[in-house]
Write a protein that binds this ligand. Structure first.
Ligand code: NAP
Length: 487
């Protein structure tokens, strides 16, 4: 099934795709080509699961559920901790695999592996701290005891842009809570998910506790699993459009949903900001993963007094980035995931430039093989341009000028999304005031990177429901049970 020569020198063959992973067994197959976005060449094919395969995965998760929920928190914790250690030991191979199938620069892939593994360490710790609640009724006559129970079998669906971290951010808390899971990774990046499942096996995850399916038929396969009354949880990370569809599907059987959806992050820079720090933060917020991040700064609102210096500084930094295959160690910006992604960026940039925006660097796709779009800075962008309202998901920084604080907040909130925002100002009172005024789940104050396993990650408005990570992330996989106790 695997074309090992395609990986020579890039990744440890023992971590290669083994096929569907159901009930602790690997099932070889073909049907889904996995492509290297730097060349457009097929690396390998992985199996295309049917509805029947998915139902076997639900059977496996069900068969393992009773024993897994009865394991001690300490035992679950130690398995997750071993998984963290194994991911750390195999960090370089995992990073190469991510770069190979996703295209991101190795530095970004290494950062992702560290971030991803940390979810296992964090939830190894949280597994032993699941709390309950005890209180008296207001009358003082009765007692209220609240326990948290594992919610049941969870279906986890993840996107291609963080193939390791989006999986561990769900698997970690689910397993810590005592749930068994079926992971459906994105079709573009299944190899990382399979490699991690291999490490999970080695860490001692019992058969059936984690199952992994790849399919070209995600809608019907997911609907079949959600229709099964044994499935009690859907945790989805992906686009807002697919999230809406899945919420409607889950409504039919009233399955609990956690939704981590799209973003359209504003990056607001005030006149008094530390310019160099703002530019550093802008590069991280824009260029982590080549711009293919839900938290990516999509709209730069820069106050008039600092505007020209910011455009100049960002143009210098963006034009200096080295473009190339992600797994080439010198690369700073890899290819986009597909030609479709490049076409979308091209459409958005062309629409903006046809309406008066000016590219100070980049501005058009590159010819040749691979799915490349160069780092681009646009100034003089109309606030109603399409790229102010759609996720660019690429290395394009669109800059808009503003004058007053009220205007910055109004522009920042002019979107259906509400995931992340960034504010740069030396006036911390102003930064916090603006942060409070912006309707998002997360705000970076003088910081261009906010993701942390110990913090609650998630969005407001149509960017999602629920939070992953932090101390509350485990509760997304638990159901409170209230005991009215007389004693
Ligand atoms: P996507 O098209 O929504 O796909 C995400 C996952 O959903 C993939 O596994 C995909 O499978 C699956 N899927 C597609 N249609 C489905 C259906 N009808 N039923 C069930 N599953 C279905 O998103 P993407 O392009 O992979 O990822 C980019 C998006 O994810 C962006 O909008 C980004 O902002 C968002 N994102 C959000 C967060 C967050 O934490 N808020 C984090 C990362 C990414 P296939 O691959 O087989 O199509």
């Amino acid at each position: 099934m695997t074309n090992d020569t395609a990986f020579t020198g890039y990744a440890d063959p023992s971590l290669h795709a083994k096929g569907l992973y159901i009930a602790g067994k690997w099932e070889a197959g073909t049907g889904i080509p996995v492509t290297d976005p730097s060349s457009g060449k097929t690396l390998v094919e992985v199996p295309d699961a049917s509805i029947e395969d998915a139902m076997r995965a639900v059977d496996a998760a069900e068969a393992a559920a009773a024993d897994w929920r009865e394991t001690s928190p300490r035992e679950r914790s130690e398995i997750l901790r071993r998984w963290f250690t194994l991911m750390s030991e195999h960090a370089e191979e995992l990073a190469l695999l991510i770069s190979l199938e996703n295209g991101k620069a190795l530095a970004d892939a290494r950062g992702e592996v560290t971030y991803a593994a940390e979810f296992f360490r964090w939830y190894a710790e949280e597994a032993t701290r699941i709390g309950g609640e005890f209180r008296h009724t207001p009358s003082g006559a009765h007692n209220i005891l609240v326990d948290h129970e594992p919610i049941g079998i969870a279906v986890l669906i993840t996107p291609w842009n963080f193939p390791a971290a989006m999986a561990t951010r769900k698997i970690g808390p689910a397993l810590a809570a005592g749930c068994t899971v079926i992971l459906k990774p994105a079709s573009e990046t299944p190899l990382t998910a399979y490699a991690m499942a291999r490490l999970g096996e080695e860490a001692g995850v019992p058969p059936g506790v984690v199952n992994v399916l790849t399919t070209t038929n995600p809608g019907p396969v997911t609907s079949a699993m959600l229709a099964d009354p044994r499935v009690r949880k859907l945790s989805f990370t992906g686009s807002t459009g697919v999230g809406r569809t899945l919420l409607a599907e889950a409504a039919k059987t009233v399955v609990y949903c956690s939704m981590e959806l799209g973003g359209n992050a504003p990056f607001v820079v005030f006149d008094d900001a530390d310019l160099s720090a703002a530019l550093d933060g802008a590069m991280v917020a824009k260029m982590r993963n080549g711009g293919e991040a839900c938290t990516a700064a999509n709209r730069f609102y820069v106050q008039s007094g600092i505007h020209d210096a910011f455009v100049k500084g960002l143009t210098e930094r963006m034009s200096g980035l080295k473009l190339g295959a992600g797994y080439d160690p010198d690369t700073q910006c890899g290819p986009m995931i597909t030609t479709k992604a490049v076409d979308k960026i091209d459409r958005l940039v062309s629409e903006a430039t046809s309406r008066g925006a000016r590219a100070t660097t980049g501005g058009a796709p590159l010819d040749g093989s691979g799915y490349y779009y160069p780092p681009t800075v646009l100034e003089n962008v109309p606030t109603d341009a399409a790229l102010a309202h759609e996720e660019i998901f690429g290395p394009v920084a669109a800059i808009y000028r503003f004058d007053t604080e009220e205007e910055a907040i109004r522009l920042a909130n002019d979107t259906e999304y509400g995931l992340a925002a960034y504010v740069y100002s030396r006036d911390i009172m102003q930064a916090m005031r603006v942060g409070r005024g912006i309707e998002t789940g997360m705000v970076g104050i003088n910081r261009g990177l906010m993701s942390d396993p110990a913090a609650p990650f998630g969005g407001a408005k149509q960017s999602g429901q629920g939070r992953e990570g932090g101390v509350t992330g485990i509760l997304e996989f638990m159901e409170p049970k209230y005991f009215a106790v007389e004693f």
